[in-house]
Design a protein around this ligand. Structure first.
Ligand SMILES: O=C(O)[C@H]1O[C@H](OP(=O)(O)OP(=O)(O)OC[C@H]2O[C@@H](n3ccc(=O)[nH]c3=O)[C@H](O)[C@@H]2O)[C@H](O)[C@@H](O)[C@@H]1O
Length: 422
């Protein structure tokens, strides 16, 4: 093969025009690089709307947004970094903190585990409440470092996680990525900064696994997880112990019991049962051995939010700084449940009543995919230490969820407007 000589190309145009075109293209590329910046997916964060105005991460506008959002309106307010802020629990907690005068900055990677447009809608509401949500992953050390460089966060409310019990069989590595690697990455940042923040984070009722002693107490064994999800949450509790022990980080783990409510998670049974009942699609109700009903200690979101705020407010300061511990630090674990387990069949009959639709039900044996037969929280410790007192029964809570669901998924714009408030 023989290359064509350069002179062949040159002969078509005068040399000076070729040169002019070449340098014009180079100049255009340089202008685009500096003034437009990198593609939105990797280098931007949300500002006033998740979809419209975006600012370059780390740039002056971004820094101003972070600082403004993290500044408490109450002089005694906390400065809280909320991970998973566009998630179900994260969005509710962020709004509650902001409304009572705390400074809040959110981080969320907006992943596709469930419909990201729901996360975007939650983030839009957060923006309207004055909470800035940074689009990024907790595995991104440089992002976390730049946030802590800008703001002396007093607390981290760590709610970013790969949730879902059954999905762990389909995508195990996502649990390791978020619940283990991401958690460690966050703690590595927190232990190194000065002052170290106090950390409150989401563990799960699933750590009780095959425990059969009821109600589940924090003193009970948690060494029999039934799913990889549960195993990663249990690992998180051990990792929390390590960072508390070595670096003096103040750590509080909250074992959430099947949290439900408005703006909830579409991967959870109460949510997709509602969708399928309305569509006339058959739903499967799991049952345990010997036809025993499967039950959950369903806990309403507002009760969980109060528990999260109680945990933040009673968290003691971390004792280390810059990676060194100077004394023992607080290490806590609390159950946040409702103490009133309800069989899944009863959940479905409440939904039928609220939706005024008869469900097409099929009772099937619980598949061996990570589910446990029942959960039931003993909440006496959380009551005593953080003033936790759930007050919403399943019927009342589902009523609020169904009202939200019908409005949110209605295409009528008038109904959508009603969702502009929390
Ligand atoms: O509390 C917890 O620790 C966990 O609660 C939920 O997990 P789960 O209780 O399994 O909640 P759902 O997936 O909504 O299931 C609720 C109940 O419905 C049952 N179910 C689920 C799906 C289905 O098709 N049929 C059915 O009967 C399940 O066995 C379970 O008893 C969350 O998905 C987890 O992220 C969370 O950590």
């Amino acid at each position: 093969m023989v290359d064509k000589p350069m002179s062949n190309h040159r002969s078509r145009f005068p040399f000076s025009i070729n040169k002019l075109i070449f340098w014009s293209l180079i100049s255009l590329a340089v202008i685009l690089f500096f003034f437009v910046g990198s593609p939105p997916s990797t280098a931007t964060t949300t500002t006033s709307s998740s979809h419209s105005r975006r600012s370059l991460r780390g740039g002056p506008q971004w820094q101003t947004s972070v600082i403004r959002s993290s500044t408490p309106s109450n002089p005694k307010g906390l400065r809280v970094l909320v991970t998973g802020a566009a998630g179900f629990v994260g969005s509710h907690v962020s709004v509650a903190l902001k409304r009572r005068g705390d400074g809040v900055v959110g981080v969320d990677n907006f992943n596709r585990y469930y419909d990201p447009s729901l996360k975007r809608s939650r983030a839009d509401l957060l923006t309207r409440e004055g909470v800035f949500v940074v689009e990024g992953d907790i595995n991104d050390s440089s992002l976390l470092k730049s946030l802590f460089k800008l703001v002396k966060f007093t607390h981290v409310m760590h709610l970013a996680a790969q949730a879902g019990v059954r999905y762990a069989m389909k995508n195990p590595s996502s649990y390791i990525h978020s619940n283990i690697a991401g958690f460690v990455n966050l703690l590595e940042t927190c232990k190194s900064v000065n002052p170290q923040p106090a950390i409150v984070w989401a563990s799960s009722s699933s750590v009780y696994g095959l425990n059969s002693k009821v109600p589940f107490s924090e003193k009970d064994r948690t060494d029999q997880p039934a799913s990889l999800y549960a195993a990663t949450k249990k690992a998180g509790e051990e990792i929390a112990h390590t960072y508390n022990h070595i670096y003096g980080l103040s750590m509080t783990g909250l074992r959430f019991f099947t949290v439900y409510g408005p703006w909830g998670r579409p991967d959870m049974a109460y949510f997709f049962f509602t969708r399928d009942i309305l569509k006339g699609k058959q739903i499967q109700i799991f049952e345990g051995a010997e036809h025993r009903s499967v039950a959950r200690d369903f806990t309403y979101i507002d009760d969980i939010v109060k528990g999260c705020l109680g945990a933040l407010d009673t968290a003691e300061k971390s004792t280390g700084s810059g990676g060194k511990k100077s004394g023992p630090a607080q290490l806590r674990i609390f159950n946040l449940g409702n103490t009133a387990p309800v069989p899944v069949g009863k959940l479905v009959s409440i939904l039928e009543k609220l939706l005024k639709v008869h469900a097409k039900k099929k009772v099937v044996a619980m598949p061996r995919n990570g589910d446990v037969p029942f959960t039931h929280a003993d909440i006496s410790l959380a009551k005593k230490e953080i003033g936790y007192k759930p007050g919403t029964d399943l019927e009342k809570g589902l009523n609020k969820f169904v009202t939200w669901y019908l409005a949110y998924y209605s295409n009528e714009s008038g109904k959508k407007d009603r969702l502009s408030s929390w």
